[in-house]
Design a binder for this molecule. Structure first.
Ligand SMILES: O=c1ccn([C@@H]2O[C@H](COP(=O)(O)OP(=O)(O)O[C@H]3O[C@H](CO)[C@@H](O)[C@H](O)[C@H]3O)[C@@H](O)[C@H]2O)c(=O)[nH]1
Ligand SMILES: [Mn+2]
Length: 735
């Protein structure tokens, strides 16, 4: 125990990122450039008789927005920090006094989220290097599926072999699926022997689960093995069923031991009550039910929240996270410790830009620098108290060691019955759950808004980005999935901005200005769509018409445009490469940003408006975690999957064609020296802009005209977008 006379060494350190001063100087030059651009726009507005007056004013507004948004993004780069925990000191000081940790895993649909995937996450969580009597894993199944329950039952049996195997050979990762795909070339005989045996067990379990899933029901002899299946005796549906709470492993039970005779962690299955007439609030509702049910059982003061597709990749991650909570001097202020979201199915070139290295390494760490670490929904350790709505106060000191199972003497049956009440629809009526307590309701990014509210109650969250990836999830493998996911995020974020939780008002005097701005980088994704669309539609059309909307290249006013554009993109490329992206990944990100703006962000904007008008409601489109073989193959080859004839794809291809037509038309004009207003030199910026857009869209043309696989853009979409873009090209002649 930390000696009384010597000063206690901290359990974690916070360090600034190097190179700040240089960055701040550089950013200031861009700022000057932006101001000059705006001055130019204001001083040169075409007169009422001239062509392009309104287009000009539109460009001014778009550039005003980009400038404003750029300033907002500086908050995430101004004050970047990183955190360093000291696990060894923790181990020395807290041997026996470690707090209980409850791990929540959420799943919602046995088809989109296969039970095998779910139990892999659960098993990886059960196998953490942490005293098993202090570890409890709770699975919330919003799908209310007996298939998932069955899979969990199988996992509880398999864990008796898996956990000792992991600990004996220190295997990593601890998701069996993730582990067995690795190559095993060990020479150790006992290891090879046991490896084979455990692999066989795993494959058998997997086959049993998958054949049950295929048939869609559980064989009678299996149903008879566990009383829990009786919950499904009366035909129940996903949207209409009673509360189900089944304790599959009771961690207090001295007979619940693994094959080496060590105690097992607690394992509980929960499907909260669902009734068609009661709104279930998606994942937030499920997390809150988990919080209450777990408080009736293990009641761990630390909660780790995982999505069902995100397994633990580092068996020591709990120890790292605890360093932040248990630090004697600063730990009592920490509300949650968020890890970045990484994916195990993302390639180096990252075609849909799902994993964002710059966001993970710079932006989120930059927000943390202002005390504004985001809560991202998964891979996050919470303090139960702050999650349950407690306000921070100076005299708050956690008592870790005194807390254990709240109802230690009660039997499993008694606990299950008591817990079911907590998972009932009626339980929350008239309480503060979803408003002041637990995760917030009514927003499709329940995580971000909950994090903001917790911060505004005085807590200081931590963002921790270790070199070794602590959690690995599954990223979207089709363009549609990726865009719909971003639409959900952009919509929820923008909704926060226009609610009473807008960081600038709600956070005023509660969180730092840097954090308020930092939140807005994401909250303002949706409105970016309009200026982005404007910039990719109007300048190309005016190029076609031969009307310059930018200064001539020989003019001094061209300099700020050239400087801001080049410096911004050169910097963003260097930044991406520095953060570990490839050049191609950065290039793909630029395309993705364009595509997202034209689709996800635009739709998010529109949906927000219709919601304000009361025409639509919050929804939650679950991202698929599996794809069929053809799709997967193309994903492996890094070919974009357009596939269906959706409105989003139509917009993308129309925009791409419009730029192509304009570029060709504009170049023809230049080559044949047709008349211009403002001279050829004035059109060069248009050509550059349009040319870059065309280059970004190369895969779109490829999918339109060359590809023949199923992921190409369907011909119906092709015809539609040819007609639409041609019509658009005629537009400037009518103005
Ligand atoms: O009614 C629901 C819907 C979803 N989920 C679970 O929520 C998680 C996230 O859903 P997913 O479809 O995978 O969405 P993503 O876009 O991948 O999730 C990101 O964005 C969400 C907010 O939009 C956060 O909740 C997630 O933590 C974050 O990873 C999954 O485990 C689901 O099982 C539920 O429990 N109940
Ligand atoms: Mn997900």
């Amino acid at each position: 125990m930390g000696g009384e006379d010597e000063a206690v060494q901290p359990l974690f350190a916070t360090k600034p990122l190097k190179g700040r001063v240089a960055y701040r100087c550089f950013a200031s030059t861009i700022f000057v450039g932006i101001c000059l651009i705006l001055v130019y726009r204001l001083k040169h507005i075409p007169s009422a008789e001239e062509h392009g007056r309104w287009a000009w004013i539109g460009l001014f507004m778009a550039e005003l927005w980009f400038g404003f948004y750029w300033i907002i993004t500086q908050s995430a780069r101004w004050n970047v920090i990183h955190r360093v925990p000291f696990k060894d000191r923790l181990l020395q000081r807290y041997g026996e006094k470690l707090p209980g940790v409850d791990i929540f895993v959420c799943t919602a649909d046995p088809t989109l989220e296969p039970p095998t995937l779910v139990v892999n996450t659960v098993l990886s969580a059960m196998a953490y290097n942490y005293p098993t009597d202090k570890l409890s894993v709770y699975l919330s199944d919003d799908g209310g599926s007996e298939l998932t329950f069955y899979a969990l039952l199988e996992a509880s049996r398999f864990s008796k072999h898996w956990i000792p195997f992991c600990k004996k050979f220190k295997v990593e990762p601890r998701s069996p699926q993730g582990y067995f795909v690795q190559h095993n070339d060990s020479q150790d005989i006992t290891y090879a022997h046991e490896w084979l045996a455990i692999k066989k067990l795993y494959e058998e379990m997997k086959n049993r689960i998958e054949s049950a899933v295929e048939v869609g029901s559980i064989p009678k002899e299996v149903r008879d093995q566990h009383k829990g299946f009786s919950e499904w005796d009366s035909k129940i549906t996903k949207k209409d069923h009673q509360s189900i709470v089944q304790n599959l492993i009771d961690g207090r039970d001295t007979n619940a031991i693994d094959s080496d005779g060590n105690r097992l962690p607690t394992l509980v299955y929960i499907a909260r009550e669902k009734r068609p007439q009661v709104h279930h609030n998606f994942k937030a509702g499920s997390m809150n039910a988990l919080t209450r049910v777990s408080s009736e059982m293990s009641n761990g003061p630390i909660i780790l929240n995982l999505d069902c597709d995100m397994y633990s990749n580092d068996p020591d991650a709990i120890m790292d996270a605890l360093c932040f909570f248990l630090d004697e001097e600063k730990g009592h202020r920490v509300s949650y410790v968020q890890y970045p979201q990484h994916y195990n199915n993302v390639h180096k070139s990252n075609i849909y830009s799902c994993s964002n290295m710059v966001v993970n390494k710079i932006e989120l760490a930059g927000l943390d620098g202002y005390g504004g670490a985001l809560y991202c929904g998964t891979g996050c350790f919470h303090r139960r108290e702050s999650l349950c709505g407690r306000r921070y106060s100076e005299d708050f000191k956690a008592e870790w060691s005194t807390r254990t199972w709240k109802n230690a003497e009660r039997t499993v049956q008694e606990l299950e019955e008591a817990s079911k009440v907590l998972a009932n629809c009626s339980y929350e009526k008239g309480t503060l759950w979803g408003k002041e307590m637990g995760l917030m309701y009514g927003c499709s990014v329940e995580d971000v808004i909950t994090g903001l509210v917790i911060q505004c109650k005085g807590w200081e969250p931590v963002y921790y980005n270790p070199d070794k990836r602590a959690f690995l999830g599954v990223a979207a493998t089709t363009l549609d999935d990726a865009l719909i996911q971003y639409k959900r995020w952009a919509e929820g974020m923008f909704q926060i901005f226009f609610s009473k939780y807008c960081p600038f008002f709600y956070g005023h005097r509660k969180i730092k200005l840097g954090a308020q701005m930092g939140y807005c980088i994401y909250l303002l994704w949706a409105p970016n769509s309009l200026p982005m669309l404007y910039y990719t539609i109007v300048p190309p059309l005016f190029l076609l018409r031969g009307i310059a909307l930018f200064p001539e290249v020989s003019s001094l006013w061209f300099l700020p445009f050239a400087y801001v554009f080049t410096a911004k993109y050169a910097y963003s490329m260097l930044e991406a490469v520095w953060c570990g992206d490839s050049f191609k990944a950065w290039w793909n990100l630029e395309r993705t940003w364009l595509i997202r703006s034209a689709t996800s962000y635009l739709f998010a904007l529109i949906d927000n408006i219709t919601k304000q008008l009361g025409l639509s409601e919050t929804t939650f489109a679950i991202t698929a975690k599996v794809a069929d073989k053809g799709v997967l193959k193309r994903y492996q080859q890094e070919i974009i999957e357009f596939g269906n004839a959706s409105l989003m794809v139509t917009i993308i291809s129309t925009l791409a064609l419009l730029n192509l037509f304009s570029l060709v038309g504009g170049m023809t004009r230049v080559i044949f020296r047709m008349e211009f207003r403002g001279g050829v030199a004035g059109l060069i910026p248009h050509i550059i802009l349009c040319g870059l857009t065309v280059m970004l869209n190369l895969p779109v043309y490829h999918a339109l005209f060359i590809r023949s696989d199923k992921g190409r853009i369907p011909s119906s979409v092709m015809f539609k977008s040819i007609v639409l873009s041609s019509l658009a090209c005629l537009l400037p002649y009518l103005l």
